[in-house]
Design a protein around this ligand. Structure first.
Ligand SMILES: NC(=O)c1ccc[n+]([C@@H]2O[C@H](COP(=O)([O-])OP(=O)(O)OC[C@H]3O[C@@H](n4cnc5c(N)ncnc54)[C@H](OP(=O)(O)O)[C@@H]3O)[C@@H](O)[C@H]2O)c1
Length: 328
C-alpha cells in the first residue's frame, strides 16, 4: 500500500497534491484537530502549517511535516525535539512576492497612498494642495532590514533601485548576501543601526529569540520620522509598545501585515487583530496577512510541497529542512 500523507485542507488542494503523488503516495483529507489527525496514526507525513502538539507526540507513523509557507512558528518545535524522528520542512517559494508586498507597504506609507484615497473619496482635495504630511522620499534614506533570509534578500535586491542605503541585522551577525547591503549586525547589537534607520522592515522568523524584539527599548532608539513595516510575525513586536509609540507619534508610521490575534478558522466571526485599536490610527496601514497570496503562488506551493514529500518518501534528503534548535 502506498504511504499515506495527511492533508487537512480543501478537497481541491488534496486532489491537486494527489495528482503530483500519482501512485507513489495517497493524500488523505482530514480535519485540523488532533483527534481527526490521530484517526490515521500510520500516516507518514502531514502537509500543514499548523500541527497540534498532541498529534506530533502521539502519531507513531509520522516522520515528516511539510508546511506550505515559510513560517514554522505554529508547529511545536519542542515536541519535535522530544520525538527526534520527525523532519520539519518549510517552503520559501513566496519570498519574491512577500518582498514586493513589503515594499508596496513601505511606499504606501511613505507616499500617504491610503490616507489620500480615503480623504479624496469624500471629495476632499486637502492633499492636492499639500496637506499636513508631505510624501517621504526613499532616495537618500537608510533602511534597516531585520532578517536577511529569503524574503529580506529579495527586499534588499529590489530596494537597491530606490537609491536607499541598506543595512541588515541577522541572528548570526553575518550573511551570505553581503553584496546587497552596506553593513550587517547581530540582532543583539541593533542599537546604532536602529538609530540611523529611516525605515525598518521586519523579515525575520518568530522564534524564542525574536519574540518581543521590537519592544519599548527598541522603539526608543527609533527616530520620530521612522517608518516600520512588519510582514514577518506579529509577536516579534510588543503590540502595546508599538501602539503607544504610534499614538504619541514617537515614530512616524507603521504598515502591518501580521498580527497578534487571528480567527481560528475562515468561518469564525470577525475579530480585531490586536487588543489595541491600531485601525483608529491615521499613521498606520493595516493588512490582513496576505503578503504571500498571489495569482500563481498556490499552484506553485502545491507542486513544491508534494514533490518535496515524494523526495522524502523516496529516501532522498528533502529541501528546506528546519533547524529545530534555531527555530527556522
Ligand atoms: N506576511 C506573510 O504573508 C509572510 C509570508 C512568508 C513569510 N512570512 C514570515 O517571514 C519570515 C521570514 O521568512 P524567510 O523565508 O525570509 O525566512 P528565512 O529565509 O529562514 O530567513 C531567516 C533570516 O532571519 C534571520 N533571523 C533569524 N532570527 C533572527 C533574530 N532573532 N534576529 C534577527 N534576524 C534573525 C536569519 O539570520 P541568519 O542569516 O543569521 O540565519 C536569516 O537572515 C517567516 O518565518 C514568516 O514568519 C510572512
Amino acid at each position: 500500500m502506498p504511504p499515506r500523507v495527511l492533508v487537512p485542507y480543501d478537497r481541491e488542494i488534496v486532489e491537486s497534491i494527489q495528482r503530483v503523488f500519482g501512485n507513489e503516495a495517497t493524500a488523505i483529507q482530514t480535519g485540523r484537530d488532533a483527534e481527526s489527525l490521530l484517526e490515521h496514526p500510520d500516516a507518514v507525513a502531514i502537509i500543514s502549517g499548523r500541527v497540534p502538539r498532541e498529534y506530533i507526540l502521539q502519531a507513531s507513523g509520522l516522520r515528516m511535516i511539510q508546511t506550505f509557507g515559510a513560517g514554522v512558528d505554529r508547529i511545536d518545535h519542542d515536541a519535535l525535539l522530544q520525538r527526534g524522528d520527525v523532519v520539519l520542512c518549510n517552503a520559501h517559494l513566496n519570498a519574491e512576492e512577500v518582498a514586493e508586498y513589503a515594499i508596496s507597504l513601505l511606499l504606501a506609507l511613505a507616499k500617504n497612498l491610503v490616507v489620500n484615497d480615503r480623504t479624496f473619496r469624500n471629495g476632499d482635495w486637502t492633499y492636492r494642495y499639500g496637506g499636513p504630511r508631505p510624501n517621504i522620499e526613499l532616495r537618500g534614506k537608510t533602511c534597516l532590514i531585520i532578517g536577511l533570509g529569503h524574503i529580506g534578500a529579495q527586499v534588499a535586491r529590489r530596494l537597491q533601485s530606490f537609491d536607499v542605503t541598506l543595512k541588515a541585522a541577522t541572528r548570526s551577525g553575518t550573511t551570505r548576501h553581503h553584496d546587497l547591503v552596506s553593513s550587517v549586525t547581530k540582532f543583539t547589537e541593533l542599537k546604532s543601526f536602529v538609530r540611523e534607520a529611516d525605515f525598518v522592515i521586519l523579515t525575520l522568523p518568530l522564534t524564542k529569540e525574536s519574540r518581543g524584539l521590537v519592544d519599548d527599548r527598541f522603539i526608543s532608539w527609533m527616530k520620530p520620522s521612522t517608518l516600520l513595516v512588519n510582514i514577518s510575525r506579529g509577536p516579534i513586536v510588543d503590540e502595546g509598545a508599538l501602539f503607544t509609540a504610534l499614538k504619541e507619534q514617537r515614530i512616524a508610521g507603521a504598515a502591518l501585515d501580521v498580527w497578534w490575534n487571528y480567527p481560528q478558522d475562515r468561518d469564525d466571526a470577525p475579530c480585531w487583530p490586536s487588543k489595541f485599536p491600531f485601525h483608529e490610527l491615521d499613521n498606520v496601514i493595516i493588512s490582513p496577512h496576505r503578503a504571500a497570496y498571489s495569482e500563481s503562488i498556490v499552484k506553485e506551493q502545491i507542486s513544491f510541497v508534494a514533490e518535496n514529500v515524494l523526495r522524502f518518501l523516496r529516501g532522498d534528503t528533502p529541501h528546506n529542512i528546519v533547524d529545530l534548535q534555531c527555530g527556522y
